[in-house]
Design a protein around this ligand. Structure first.
Ligand code: ARG
Length: 276
């Protein structure tokens, strides 16, 4: 298939500018508290990601950044929405706990969303992905580092969609969205070795035509991408991953996000999809 045949779908996203971005605590192996972060550069790079998305015709809502919440730029972790229902996040580490409150207030501002507060620890789209066109609409869910597997069952009850639990085994890829991404409504790309052997089997059974990534792709945060079904937005370091998605018929769009990598995230971490 060529990208001319891959049709984009207009999306609505939620992002939060990295005005207060720092690396002052380390909760994943990418975070080095001794290396200086350039918050101004981070904001400029974030801005180019935002305008790339709006330039492609998507709507981007912006959450006000809160001082003292340096990881708030990773807005994907704040909640997970499917067909107008929002399953709220509950962060594992206390340093990020208040981010969930900010996201909750965003959804509860109007009457557009049915917001459900979680009982179990889960980090939103960091560990949940939705494939509306696969098997009638399924959720893929990661566990092993952050999200409690009990939250997978809770999400299934809240959202009324089958939730497939996948076990992450490599601390470098601590969230599902560092190891797997939806390329469109029913196709995924993933790095197999980030998952347990049994979870690799599950993925191979469900997605025999997946685009497989390797360790170099994953370490470049090449799986941490956002796709509208045609355009695949990846960071500039993920060159080989760009070739792979092009080969699969998508159009790669690269954005420089070097500063956000210092916190252990990239494109997808900074973009939550709002599924009304
Ligand atoms: N420093 C953040 C953390 O470790 C990075 C979160 C990345 N977000 C993501 N969706 N993977 O929690």
């Amino acid at each position: 298939m060529s990208y001319m045949e891959r049709l984009p779908r207009n999306r609505t996203y939620l992002m939060c500018p990295p005005q207060h971005f720092t690396v002052e605590y380390a909760i994943n192996p990418w975070m080095d508290t001794t290396a200086a972060v350039d918050a101004e550069l981070a904001v400029r790079q974030w801005e180019s990601l935002r305008t790339t998305l709006t330039g492609l015709g998507h709507v981007v809502h912006v959450l006000d950044p809160v001082p003292g919440l340096p990881d708030m730029v990773y807005s994907a972790n704040g909640a997970f929405s499917v067909d107008g229902t929002v399953y709220g996040a509950r962060f594992l580490y206390p340093q990020r706990a208040n981010e969930a409150v900010e996201h909750r207030m965003f959804y509860q501002r109007g009457d557009d969303w049915r917001f459900v507060a979680p009982e179990h620890v889960n980090e939103g789209e960091g560990d949940f992905a939705y494939l509306p066109g696969a098997y009638g609409g399924i959720v893929l869910a990661g566990y092993g580092f952050r999200t409690d597997p009990a939250a997978h069952a809770e999400a299934q009850e809240v959202l009324g969609r089958p939730v497939i639990s996948l076990k992450l085994v490599d601390p470098a890829f601590y969230h599902l969205d560092t190891a797997l991404a939806a390329l469109d409504d029913r196709h995924v790309t993933y790095y197999p070795e980030a998952f347990s052997p049994a979870s690799q089997r599950v993925l191979a059974q469900l997605f025999p035509d997946a685009v497989l990534a390797d360790r170099v792709d994953a370490e470049a945060f090449g799986l941490n991408l956002v796709s509208d079904g045609r355009h695949v937005i990846l960071n500039t370091e993920a060159v080989a991953m760009g070739h792979k998605v092009r080969e699969a018929g998508y159009l790669p769009v690269h954005v420089e996000l070097s500063e956000l990598k210092r916190g252990g995230g990239s494109v997808k971490c900074a973009v939550a999809e709002l599924r009304a």
